[in-house]
Design a protein around this ligand. Structure first.
Ligand SMILES: *Cc1c(COP(=O)(O)O)cnc(C)c1O
Length: 425
C-alpha cells in the first residue's frame, strides 16, 4: 500500500510480525549467530544478506534507515555516526586522489572545511562556486576528472535556497551526479530526488531527531544515476572490486550499486556507524517530524516578519519573506515552508549583538540548530570562527550574522524574549 509522508514518519521501517515488539527494539549486539561455517562464509562474500557484525549492518539501524529512505524516495539509505561522516562518505564513495568535484560555496562551515582542507589532504580537489553565477561561468569549472556536484537545499547558516533542478540538469549534462544535503528542509518540506538530485545526505542531528539527543547522518541513493554510462569515470562502481573477489557493484547490485559500495567498502573500512541506541532515539524524533516541521515554519515566518519590522534590526534573511532574494526558489522547492532557521543582523557593533544574545531568557546560546528549543548562535565567533572574513562572506555569512533557530514553543513567548533582550541593548 502506498503511504503518505505522515504515515511513513510514524510507521515506516519497523514492521513487527506476530508476537514481536510494537516499538522498534534496540539490538544492542555487535554480532549475530549462524548455524554453520558455510552460512557465515556466504555473508562475507556478499552472496547472502544477513546480519553478522554491527559495523556493517544492525537491525535497529536498518529499520531507521529504511524509514528515511522511504521519506526521501530512494532505493537505499545508510546511516552514519554524524552528518560530517555522511557528506564525507557521499563524496569519497565516488572520488579518490586525483579527482575533483564542484560545490556551492554557501555550505555549512564544517562541510566547507571537510571539502576545502581535509579532502584536499587526500588528494581530492574541490572548486567552490557561487550558485548565483550564470550557467556559463559555473560550467567552465567542470573538468574531465570532475566526479560530482554538491549543494545544500537550504544553506546553513545563510538560508540560501539551492536551485536543485537547475544544478541537476547541469551536473547530468557533464556526466556527474548531483548530491544535495537536505538537512534543513527535511523530506517533509523538500524531496530533492523528485527534482533530479541523485544522492541525498542529512545531518540527522538536526530536525530529524529534533530533540538534540544524538549526532547522526544519512546518505540516500536515488538509484537513478547511470554509472555505467560513464563507466571509466566511475571505475570504482563499474569494474571489479578486488576486496570482494572481483565483484562489480553495478553488475551485482544494479540500482543499489552506489549505496551497497558505500556500506561494503567505506563502512567496512572506515566504520563511522551510529550506535543502535542513537538510531532508536532518532526514530522517536522521526515519528513526529511531520508535526514539528510545520510548527517550526509557522513560528519562523512570524518571527521573521516581526524582525523585519523592528527598527533595531539591520537585515533579515528568511526565504519565506516576500522581498527575499530566494523567495521564488522557496515557493518552487519549499511550497509548504522552508525551516525554522532565520539569519539576521542587528544595527550597531558586534558587541551589541553579543549583549543581545547574553540578555535572552529561555532562548539559549548553543552550538546547535534545528531542534524543538529556540536557540541563537553567532557563527563568526562560534561555528565559523576558523574562516577568515573573506571566506565568511564567500560562504554567505556576514560577520554580524546571528543565526536564530526558531523552535516549537509558543510564538508570542519567543517574540517577547527577543524583544526584552533587544530593549537591553
Ligand atoms: C550540522 C550540519 C552538518 C554536519 O552534521 P553533524 O551531524 O553535526 O556532523 C552537515 N550539513 C548541514 C547542513 C548541517 O546543518
Amino acid at each position: 500500500m502506498k503511504k503518505n509522508l505522515e504515515t511513513l514518519c510514524v510507521q515506516a521501517g519497523w514492521t513487527p510480525k506476530k508476537g514481536e515488539p510494537r516499538v522498534l527494539p534496540i539490538y544492542q549486539s555487535t554480532t549475530f549467530k549462524y548455524e554453520t561455517s558455510e552460512q557465515m562464509a556466504r555473508l562475507f562474500d556478499l552472496e547472502d544478506s544477513g546480519y553478522f557484525y554491527t559495523r556493517l549492518a544492525n537491525p535497529t539501524n536498518d529499520a531507521v534507515a529504511a524509514k528515511i529512505n522511504a521519506l526521501e524516495g530512494g532505493v537505499g539509505c545508510v546511516l552514519t555516526s554524524s552528518g560530517q561522516a555522511a557528506n564525507f562518505y557521499a563524496i569519497f564513495n565516488i572520488c579518490e586522489a586525483g579527482d575533483h568535484f564542484i560545490t556551492a560555496n554557501t555550505i555549512y562551515g564544517g562541510t566547507y572545511n571537510l571539502f576545502g582542507v581535509t579532502l584536499k589532504k587526500l588528494g581530492i580537489e574541490c572548486t567552490f562556486i557561487d550558485p548565483d553565477w550564470d550557467d556559463e561561468r559555473i560550467e567552465a569549472e567542470f573538468r574531465p576528472n570532475t566526479k560530482c556536484f554538491f549543494g545544500e537545499t537550504i544553506s546553513n547558516p545563510g538560508g540560501n535556497v539551492f536551485d536543485i533542478e537547475r544544478f541537476a540538469k547541469m551536473a547530468h549534462k557533464h556526466g556527474v551526479p548531483l548530491i544535495v544535503d537536505n538537512t534543513f528542509a527535511t523530506p517533509i518540506n523538500c524531496r530533492p530526488i523528485e527534482w533530479g538530485c541523485d544522492i541525498v545526505t542529512h545531518s540527522t542531528t538536526k530536525y530529524m531527531d529534533g530533540h538534540a539527543t544524538q549526532v547522526g547522518g544519512a546518505v540516500i541513493d536515488s538509484g537513478n544515476f547511470d554509472w555505467e554510462a560513464y563507466g571509466e569515470k566511475f571505475a570504482g562502481l563499474t569494474t571489479p572490486d578486488e576486496s570482494y573477489h572481483g565483484l562489480t557493484y553495478t553488475k551485482t547490485f544494479g540500482k543499489q550499486a552506489y549505496i551497497t559500495k558505500l556500506v561494503t567498502q567505506l563502512m567496512r573500512d572506515l566504520g563511522s556507524i551510529p550506535a543502535p541506541q542513537n538510531c532508536f532515539l532518532l526514530n522517536l524524533g522521526l515519528e513526529t517530524l511531520h508535526l514539528r516541521m510545520p510548527r517550526h515554519c509557522e513560528n519562523a515566518q512570524r518571527v521573521a516578519e516581526w524582525l523585519e519590522k523592528n527598527e533595531k534590526v539591520a537585515w533579515v534573511n528568511y526565504c519565506g519573506l516576500k522581498g527575499n532574494k530566494y523567495y521564488d526558489l522557496a515557493q518552487k522547492y519549499l511550497p509548504n515552508g522552508s525551516c525554522g532557521v532565520i539569519a539576521f543582523g542587528l544595527k550597531g557593533s558586534k558587541e551589541e549583538a553579543i549583549r543581545f544574545m547574553d540578555n535572552l531568557d529561555f532562548i539559549a546560546i548553543v552550538t546547535h540548530v534545528a531542534d524543538a528549543r529556540t536557540c541563537v548562535l553567532h557563527p563568526a565567533s562560534h561555528t565559523h570562527r576558523q574562516l577568515s572574513d573573506e571566506q565568511l562572506l564567500e560562504a554567505g555569512v556576514r560577520p554580524d550574522l546571528i543565526r536564530l533557530s526558531v523552535g516549537i514553543e509558543n510564538c508570542d513567548d519567543i517574540i517577547a524574549d527577543l524583544e526584552q533582550a533587544m530593549k537591553k541593548m
